[in-house]
Design a protein around this ligand. Structure first.
Ligand SMILES: *Cc1c(COP(=O)(O)O)cnc(C)c1O
Length: 494
């Protein structure tokens, strides 16, 4: 069966899921959604005894109906095998009275691997026999860039160029990127901030002359940003997976409702949970956890979204976001698919920096979503207490979610806290939260000390960076970014 997608801002033009994945963003600036999700048939009970990969096949085939089962099977096999260091891909462990869904067992030790190991496979199939090559161009504040590099490295017909703000990512994140292997990858530091870098990338996408020159050479630019449905859909799987694990461990009976608490930035991860709920997985509440950039906490409690506020740099940098792009999809669904209404809200956000939803939309959202936030001081306290009381190390993003979860009564419902990064990826901040002095220590010294303290080994993916050769040394000014992309295309696609 074909699944049709259209923009959140207009339902006039529909595309297949393959086209939606290749295009990334709808031409009017909206995000692709499907109206069929409420009618899709996916019986969670039929997944209960399946492994992660088999559950992924069912979930992906359901949401991306124009891929054949054989195509999905091939993608899943490539995306979820021994590049994950746990056979369950996303293992589930007990933490206090709740459960931790560990999403950081992939090649870059952050949850973005779940989606970015899959997206290149889905793109590759969608490209089919096309003559056109795809160059992925991404700006990163740290995690996304490395996950995109790992996912797209050596995928036929695809290249990937990552720009990061030079000197403004952590030691480990920097090494993760500049040591990246693969014949189709390019990495470049930019003299500027993350916002400058991201603006530079947006200008590349909308540069008509550059795009025309590349089109002549059969090269299309695309993005690996979380607005692509090919990044969203793979994340739906682990909500089903953890549910099946809780049934298997007899923590719940099939049909019992479960709560999820999700550390949130761009609203992608938690929206995947919302899609799982639409596919009839028994979910009671989705709890949106933010750091001090708590624009979503305010929105969910008041119905008013206001980005006109200072940006705060925190120890959970992947959640330092003031415009949560994927929220647009929630607005679409909770306004019963009123694309004109969504378009008007987005216009207002763009022009005036805020919008307020109607009372009925707000109340519908509040039926499913709860929200809370934790600033750095409280987050550090949670890291310390979780280690001292439960013997578990959690990274700052996970600690934000755990803080919010702990502040809410469970009423006897089983609850899952999503754990989005390995604590070793943020060794210095975790170590300092535990009360240790980190002054003058580099990323690896902190990692070693943390490993010793916890009696754990740091993940190999991170510790082996110590001796890895640095392959990418380019650092450019902002105005050189388009030329860098063009040169990378020449080198990679010849
Ligand atoms: C990206 C990221 C998040 C936020 O996920 P969204 O889908 O943007 O809400 C949370 N934690 C970590 C470690 C991340 O890398």
């Amino acid at each position: 069966m074909r699944t049709f997608y259209h923009s959140t801002r207009s339902s006039a033009t529909t595309v297949t899921s393959k086209q939606a994945i290749l295009q990334g963003l709808a031409p009017d600036g909206g995000l692709f959604v499907t109206d069929a999700v409420d009618q899709m048939e996916l019986d969670y009970k039929s997944l209960l005894s399946k492994n992660y990969q088999d559950q992924a096949c069912v979930v992906l085939s359901t949401l991306l109906g124009d891929y054949t089962d054989e195509e999905i099977g091939r993608c899943v096999k490539k995306a979820y095998s021994n590049q994950f260091d746990n056979p369950d891909i996303t293992p589930v462990t007990k933490i206090g009275d709740d459960w931790l869904l560990e999403l950081f067992h992939g090649p870059t030790c952050a949850f973005k691997d779940i989606a970015l190991q899959m997206l290149p496979q889905l793109m590759s199939v969608a490209r089919g026999e096309s003559e056109d090559s795809v160059m992925i161009v991404t700006a990163t504040s740290g995690d996304t860039g490395k996950a995109a590099l790992e996912g797209f490295a050596d995928v036929p017909g695809c290249g990937v160029t990552v720009f990061y703000p030079a000197g403004k990512v952590s030691d480990i994140q920097h090494l993760q990127m500049v040591c990246q292997k693969g014949s189709n990858v390019a990495v470049c530091g930019v003299r500027g901030t993350f916002d400058d870098t991201q603006t530079g990338v947006k200008e590349i996408f909308s540069d008509p002359e550059l795009n025309a020159r590349l089109a002549q050479r059969h090269i299309k630019l695309s993005s690996a940003n979380s607005i692509n449905i090919g990044r969203l859909v793979p994340q739906v799987t682990y909500y089903f997976f953890v549910y099946s694990k809780l049934v298997e461990r007899e923590a719940i009976k099939a049909g019992d409702k479960v709560d999820f608490c999700v550390p949130t930035g761009n609203f992608g991860d938690v929206l995947a949970g919302y899609l799982a709920k639409k596919l009839d997985l028994p979910i009671r509440h989705l709890i949106v956890a933010s750091n001090a950039n708590n624009v979503l906490t305010n929105f969910i409690t008041t119905g008013r979204y206001d980005r006109r506020r200072p940006f705060i740099k925190t120890i959970s940098p992947s959640m330092d976001i003031l415009v949560s792009s994927n929220l647009e999809r929630l607005l679409y669904y909770e306004s019963d698919g009123d694309a004109d209404y969504v378009a008007s809200l987005m216009q207002q956000l763009n022009d005036e920096g805020y919008y307020e939803v109607t009372k009925s939309v707000k109340e519908r959202i509040q039926k499913t979503f709860l929200a809370g936030y934790a600033d750095d001081a409280v987050t550090k306290k949670t890291i310390k207490e979780t280690f001292e009381n439960e013997g578990r190390l959690v990274d700052p993003h996970t600690a934000v979610a755990k803080t919010v979860l702990d502040s809410i009564e469970s009423d006897g419902v089983q609850r899952v806290c999503l754990s989005t990064a390995s604590p070793f990826k943020f060794s210095a901040d975790v170590l300092s939260a535990l009360g240790k002095d980190t002054a003058g220590k580099d990323g690896f010294e902190c990692m070693d000390e943390l490993a010793k303290l916890a009696g754990l080994a740091a993940p190999k993916q991170l510790s082996e960076l110590r001796s890895a050769p640095q392959l990418h040394k380019d650092v450019e000014d902002l105005d050189q970014m388009p030329a860098f992309v063009e040169n990378s295309c020449t080198r990679i696609f010849r």
